[in-house]
Design a protein around this ligand. Structure first.
Ligand code: ATP
Ligand code: MG
Length: 608
């Protein structure tokens, strides 16, 4: 058996699962974010796949397989070739046609259904696949947790009406609960944003653990749980000023543009600063083109164009001023929900100067509402009694700025809302919010008609009218399930697998393989277990017991049957669970039966 275990901790591995998957011989790195799965790793993956497949089939979904390499044109039709950005791999074929390597497969599934489904009588339908997905992640890391090629189960439901989609969504949601339970994961379900998927509702299945890249935000009573992108915070109570606040006062802050630098210079704190950011939504390619032209003209030292003029021709686009407190982070998911996709920081310093009258770093809200299409003020800024902000004049800031007095808190193009990430101390509907790290293992989305409309997945209703299908999509990260199980189940010596996804259920270790009797007893128990359908591995290597036990602990098979000279002489073998320290002596004759019993009782605990 090819199980290349290693003692050394791999230098580039940060998390327990990454370290252990390499040390236990489950995976080997090929390149950044791509891995070969060796026999043990692949066996475990296959077990996860089998569980997922069973639950999908039970839920009425039907398995198919679509190509990973897909025409880019399909993705252009939904606009997602732009939305996904550099995360999507693309390649040109010999005929000059552009293809992408699917990071997911809404376009292909929806096109399939568009061609085949004609009538409500053929609905609902739920199709899925279990296949490799490709994402050129900005930062592939943590081994199987964020890789560039991974296996995903992705399902797509098509319904005729809103009750239908609710039911399809619930069916998948329930199936997900069973999948993760059966895989031995402790998980939480949180409300999520649907991001570049589009759509109206989403839940994320997250395994709480320290090495997770996601943050779960929840109330202690469990009445609210969301991921950090989504978590809505209550407005803060209005601060009261201790004394009458003097009029605004300009201060010279030469070359001091960052929050930190201003705070040090003015001896104030980030929470007393008002950050003013200029955003826009360059929703069409034309705007970007004009901007690039403009930038190149500038680089060549030519006369400055009137940006506004050259952009006016290319529009439409909006310019926004965003106000948040100096210690808060802007949440682009919330902003996207508010302002639509495509909204982002305005990256052209000249245009910012044109709008604010100052170089980047010195923008402030005074009078800015007249320069932009919309001014969006975070609740927390509106609640400030007084703050420091940029003066709209290069190298100057302004003290004693009072929201409402010195810049408007209302007006046609002024909105006060929630546009930041929740932080410690925030509340949701009056309840304190708590934070926890976690790994997202699956997500379900209600997509509505975004894809079916764009790709023509329409059907005839009973009344003879045509309507687009209502869709849902549902993803599970197969490799992440493995990694999460290891993050939850490990100790200093190695992996502690849940039995359902362990590469083997039982390990028979013969401690003195060179002793014929021991070898025979071990082989005999191994054969009995095999004969009873137990997934069993026999360690019959001629090696010292200590080495074999170390490997056994490292690869983490849930039940170990130890056959050694001493115990065999007394007519016994030893049985030990990987998750317990206790060792039980069992008569040789009863060893197989006892082991089979243990296998079923461990499995019983993971029943959905
Ligand atoms: P993340 O926010 O972690 O990047 P995502 O929300 O973009 O993930 P989805 O599009 O919802 O991912 O994909 C469905 C599932 O695929 C995820 O829940 C996750 O389990 C898995 N997955 C996504 N990206 C990766 C990756 N780079 N490596 C391994 N698994 C992944
Ligand atoms: Mg997701």
């Amino acid at each position: 058996m090819f199980i290349p275990t290693v003692k050394e901790i791999p230098a580039d591995a940060e998390t327990a699962s990454h370290k252990l998957m390499i040390r236990a011989g489950l995976i080997r790195k090929v390149a950044s974010g791509t891995y070969t799965y060796l026999p043990l790793g692949w066996r475990s993956l296959l077990k996860v796949i089998a569980i997922v497949r069973e639950e999908m089939d039970k839920a009425g979904a039907q398995e198919i397989l679509v190509p990973s390499m897909q025409p880019k044109e399909l993705w252009d039709r939904t606009g997602r070739s732009t939305d996904y950005g550099p995360t999507m791999f693309s390649l040109e074929d010999r005929h000059g046609r552009m293809n992408v390597l699917g990071p997911t497969a809404e376009e292909v599934f929806t096109t399939l259904v568009a061609g085949e489904i004609k009538s409500y009588k053929q609905l609902p339908i739920n199709l899925y696949q279990i296949s490799p997905k490709f994402r050129d992640e900005f930062r592939p890391r943590f081994g199987a947790i964020r890789s560039r090629e991974f296996i995903m189960k992705d399902a797509y439901s098509f319904d005729a009406d809103s009750e239908g989609i609710e039911e399809s969504y619930k069916t998948m949601y329930d199936a997900y609960c069973r999948v993760f339970k059966r895989c031995g994961l402790e998980y939480v379900i949180v409300e999520a944003e649907s991001g570049e998927m589009g759509g109206s509702g989403s839940h994320q299945f997250t395994v709480p653990c320290e090495s997770g890249e996601d943050t779960i935000v929840y109330t202690e009573d469990g009445s609210y749980a969301a991921n950090l992108e989504r978590a809505a915070v209550d407005p803060l109570p209005k601060e009261k000023a201790n004394a009458e606040i003097p009029p605004m006062e300009e201060v010279h802050t030469p070359n001091i543009g960052t929050i930190e630098a201003v705070c040090t210079f003015l001896k104030t704190q980030p929470k007393d600063m008002i950050k003013t950011l200029i955003l826009w939504n360059p929703s069409n390619q034309q705007v970007i083109k004009v901007m690039n032209e403009y930038a190149s003209i500038h680089r060549n030292g030519a006369e400055s164009l009137s940006l506004r003029q050259s952009l006016a021709a290319a529009g439409p686009y909006d310019i926004y001023a965003i106000l948040i407190r100096g210690d808060h982070e802007i949440n682009f998911e919330k902003l996207t929900k508010l302002l639509g996709p495509g909204v982002g920081l305005l990256e052209y310093p000249d245009l910012i100067e044109d709008i604010t009258g100052a170089k980047v770093g010195f923008a402030g809200p005074m009078g800015l509402d007249e320069e932009v299409d919309k001014m969006i003020i975070d609740h927390a800024v509106a609640a400030m009694a007084v703050g420091v902000t940029g003066a709209n004049k290069t190298d100057y800031h302004i003290k004693n700025v009072v929201p409402g007095r010195d810049f408007p808190l209302e007006g046609d193009n002024v909105a006060i809302t929630d546009i930041r990430y929740a932080v410690e101390g925030d509340k949701h509907k009056g309840k304190k919010l708590f934070f926890k790290k976690g790994i997202e293992v699956g997500q379900v989305f209600k997509l509505g008609t975004k894809y079916s409309e764009k790709l023509g997945a329409k059907f005839l209703r009973p009344d003879g009218h045509e309507a687009p299908c209502l869709m849902g999509c549902y993803g599970i990260g197969i490799n992440r399930i493995l990694a999460s199980a290891i993050e939850l189940g490990n100790d200093d010596n190695g992996i502690i697998w849940p039995i359902s996804i362990a590469p083997f259920e039982v390990l028979v270790t013969s401690v003195n393989q060179d002793d014929d009797k021991v070898a025979r007893v071990a082989e005999d128990i191994y054969q009995q277990l095999l004969g009873n359908g137990i997934d069993v591995l026999l360690d019959d290597r001629v090696l010292r017991g200590g080495v074999k036990f170390k490997d056994a602990d490292l690869i983490g098979i849930p039940i170990r049957v130890t056959v050694g000279q001493k115990s065999v002489a007394g007519g016994n073998v030893e049985i030990k669970l990987r998750c317990e320290s206790q060792i039980k002596k069992v008569p040789i004759k009863k060893a197989a039966d006892k082991t089979i019993e243990l296998v079923s009782s461990l499995k019983e605990r993971l029943k959905a």
